[in-house]
Design a binder for this molecule. Sequence first.
Ligand code: BES
Ligand code: MN
Ligand code: ZN
Length: 495
Amino acid sequence: MAKLPIVSFSNLTAKSAAKGTVVFLMRKDGKLPSSAARYDKSGQLTRAAKVGEFNGKAATSLTVIAPDGGPDRIVLAGCGEAAKGSEEDWLRIGGRIKATCGKAQAVTVIAEPAGKDPAFEPEQLARLAMGIKLRAYDFDDYKTKGDKPAKAARYAIASGITTAARSAWKGLDQVSDGVLLARDLVNQPANVLGTVEFAKRAQKLTALGVKVQVLGEKEMRAKKMAALLGVNRGSRRPPRLVVMRWNGGPAKAKPVAFIGKGVVFDTGGISIKPAGSMEDMKGDMGGAAAVTGLMHALAARKAKVNAIGIIGLVENMPDGDAQRPGDIVTSMSGQTIEIINTDAEGRLVLADALWYCHTQFKPQMMVNLATLTGAIVVALGHHHAGMFSNNDELAAALYKAGHVTGEKVWRMPLGSEYDKQIDSKNADMKNVGGRTAGSITAGQFLQRFVEDVPWAHLDVAGTAMGSPKNEYNQSWASGFGVRLLDRLVADHYEK
Ligand code: BES
Ligand code: MN
Ligand code: ZN
């Protein structure tokens, strides 16, 4: 991971912005704030904004070599209209500032309303800081050439609301760490991040007060998790089921639970995938990464909630001992599954993880995340995750959280009409439902393992990785789900 910038908050003083790069936040069509006047004695800054057609639109910027000396560069950073701007807009504004400032080591961001403009809000400045941090992430662990800065850059955000902004940033800083943890897990290659190594990284959350329990093959066999275990049969590396528990809520409150698909590499198994882009299947643990990043975020910011994170870690490989098409496995729930295609392995992992979760922990709700189907990428592309749910209230809450965070979800249908596609002539069900409605039949399959617990399944195959770069993410892995679910918890489950 690249060195991340250190963000701090300070008061607006005559001294702020004496050196380095100075950034002025500017509203749409707004004027320069009064503290910019001292860098505009000759009117060059005003002229540059005019000639450069800078209009203050959110997440735009204009860089000028400081005309009157003092700092090196002045950056005008647009933040749009005062009353508008979503949570995500402020990430974009911050990300854009980081991008524009590039390798600058000392940056001062001046958040001073111009003229009669309304004041900035603490939350906005904290999200701007988050945008800076998220944008700075670069997966460069294996780049041995090129120069990496030895020191972290410093970003000071100067405003009239220092204390409030600082305390808003405290929580968001932790959530940012959760997002970057998720990105990093997804970006790591499978030779480095196997099942055992992933479990070890999850165990590091104990330092934040998370109780982490790791089940190995023997323990899972004792619990009769044959659906999950079947997937790992072809791998030289042992499977792991990791249970992370954060108890920040009242002792008696039922937990919320998050379950992640953690296939550290998906070759397809005996139903082997074609070679093209198979390397992307190192990211087939994007659901598990999001759950781990979320647990980090919740624990680090001491969320007032009881939360459980469960990740099923396996590797889907072809081998003399691998699972075959035609095999029938008995899941922990007792339901039998005929394996038609060994490449539909994620649902087999989740079947046992979901069943274990709700029978063992009696959660008030469960959300699972999985890079489950290529079909969801065909249906929704890279800008929405597919959402499947047996509960309208939970679905509505997730939709709303997606809207404000920019980690958008789009509800897809479930329905008993689809059941016959996964009915099997040899077992209770089969693991694929034919050519049509591939993401829905996968959801329908999972639903058989949750009984009547309020539940949502997020198919993140198109959003956890390979989504287009944006102002606050330049990496292949996005960390999708961490901000979304942190917001869901904050808005609905914290007491
Ligand atoms: N991990 C894949 C789904 C996937 C595809 C994720 C592309 C990210 C990008 C999953 O295990 C899989 O192989 N699904 C099959 C299901 C099919 C065999 C019913 C698929 O989507 O083709
Ligand atoms: Mn697969
Ligand atoms: Zn998979």
